[in-house]
Write a protein that binds this ligand. Structure first.
Ligand code: MG
Length: 386
């Protein structure tokens, strides 16, 4: 019998690739959700015939209801609709929503006892403690879809005692601006920042890769996912994106996972785990690469990594604060309202001058996010548009 799968954020880059995996592996698609891209969501509904679909945007949901009136798919709306889809019983729920908007659906999937394939790193960055404790309480497995975390997860197979881990090493491609000085980065444009050398991704994460804030967020994600303190997680620049991450053990052994840079591999592994299956992914031929290179990151130019590390060490909701500031600054850059280097500058300002809410419940997380976005707007003297 084919396994069932719900995809939250199905019209985004990860969502579309997850549907390719579902098509290849003959999965039964239970639910699909998107924000506002009804044109693509309609196409997906007609091909995969899910029981339920949701659009977070209310207007888009109304439009979608009319578009697919001739199908048997039930249409829901708003974040409540997305959460309802997350809570429908399925073998796996894949959450590939972008940003903190993914937090409530993550909690809904876990609350319903669904196995969670997590591509939404912001769920763990903003609500790491809450999400992990809720998963534990509900006996839910969280399977990482981020390529680095999937690699760490695979490299940790057979390790039953965390004390045996010396450090996690997350690899980073370095993005489009690797090797550039702060001076050279002063004038880079959005178009240049959106040209990632190895990965095809959505706009938000591609900008995060260019600032390397993505690696800082991934470090935070790894801290929660594997319960390893941030000071035992290192970053290594690896331009070819073939070694997806490594684990160093106390005996000096280093275990890594390799593969071609193709997100369908970590997506499929999260769905088949603990088994493996044939996949549509191209075979890795190391001879085609010849050599693989590794070097230390330039922490002074790409300040995002250390800001995230610092937020982890400060504890509480400081990581949620950093995430909110980054989401807002990333958006302002994509809107052409601030310069590239001002993204990191705004995140640093927020971390150093603003306090997050306490304790770390859902309400406090969203309030902290709002405070962080406001702080970034104030920093640039931008009127807040609600
Ligand atoms: Mg990644």
């Amino acid at each position: 019998m084919s396994k069932s799968l719900s995809i939250l954020g199905s019209t985004g880059s990860i969502g579309r690739q997850a549907l390719e995996v579902a098509r290849f592996g003959d999965y039964k698609v239970k639910a699909l959700t998107a924000n506002a891209n009804v044109e693509l969501l309609e196409k997906q509904i007609r091909e995969f015939r899910p029981e339920t679909a949701a659009a977070a945007d209310e207007k888009a949901a109304a439009d979608l209801t009319v578009r697919v009136a001739d199908t048997s798919t039930k249409i829901l709306s708003g974040i409540e609709g997305v959460c309802e889809c997350a809570a429908m019983q399925a073998d796996t729920v894949l959450n590939s929503v972008v940003g903190i908007a993914g937090l409530l659906p993550t909690l809904s999937a876990i609350g319903a006892g669904n196995r969670l394939a997590l591509a939404n790193k912001e769920s763990l960055v903003t609500g790491g403690e809450l999400v992990m404790s809720s998963a534990k309480k509900n006996g839910v497995e969280i399977l990482p879809v981020d390529s680095e975390h999937c690699a760490v997860f695979q490299s940790l197979a057979g390790c039953n005692d965390k004390k045996q881990i010396k450090r996690l090493i997350l690899t980073a491609s370095g993005g489009p601006f690797f090797g550039k000085t702060a001076k050279e980065l002063e004038t880079v444009t959005k178009e240049q920042a959106l040209k990632h050398p190895n990965w095809e991704m959505g706009e938000k994460i591609t900008i995060d890769s260019a600032t390397m804030m993505n690696k800082g967020l991934e470090l935070t994600e790894a801290r929660w996912l594997f319960d390893v303190p941030a000071d035992k997680i290192d970053i290594l620049i690896h331009r070819q994106s073939v070694v997806h991450s490594l684990v160093e053990f106390v005996d000096g052994s280093v275990v890594a996972q390799l593969g071609v840079p193709d997100m369908r591999l970590p997506i499929q592994y999260a769905l088949t785990y603990p088994d493996r299956a044939q996949s549509p992914v191209k075979q890795l031929k190391l001879e085609d690469y010849g050599s693989l290179t590794f070097e230390a990151p330039d922490y002074d130019t790409f300040i995002g990594i250390n800001l995230c590390k610092k937020a982890c060490a400060m504890g509480g909701l400081y990581s949620a604060l950093v995430n909110g500031a980054n989401e807002q600054a990333n958006l302002l850059f994509r809107q052409g309202r601030i310069r590239f280097l001002q993204i990191g500058e705004a995140v640093q300002y927020t971390l150093e001058n603003i306090n997050p809410c306490q304790p770390g419940g859902v309400e406090e997380i969203f309030e902290t996010d709002r405070i962080a976005r406001q702080a970034v707007n104030d920093y640039f003297r931008i009127e807040t548009e609600q």
